[in-house]
Design a protein. Sequence first.
Length: 184
Amino acid sequence: MDTVVLRGPGLATDKTPTSLPDTARLLTVTATYLLSEEGRKASLLAGGNGRAVQELSIDVPTSRLHLVSVDDQGVARLKLRPRYERDGEQRVVRVDTPPAYDCPPSLEDLYREAGRNHELERAHHQQRTAARTERRDAHRQVRAQLAQAFMSDHAQRSLVHPTHAETVLSRDPARAGFVRHQYR
């Protein structure tokens, strides 16, 4: 079976690509993070720009591609946002801001944060799925109990209407509805 490799828009070859070893292949991604006031001061002292929002281009090896997300425009970003953290009850919560640091982080700090974020994202998804399933099951159970109560109590059901042969429409507009026909 031949493999087809796409190279650029619309170019296809039927050869297997001569690939570099996985350790030599790198993807350039953008890491976005925040600096606190102390971090901005430290950035200025180190020769940086001192801005609150920092964007850093880094090369990520293919062994760490699970830490990268690519948007619809093809921009690769390190998975630092949205952040996932544990609250006081050890539940995973989603925070939509980039991480904030008091000093410019090292490359390993960014990888560590993205890895922790990746793990907590899966836990957050599992937690939400379990909570949604629990709510759905509780809702079904309540509906089943209401249906059982309705079916067992005849007073809750609608009244039996007379058949068409037994009824005649009232001609009096004040008395809308069915009137039982009087037979002699």
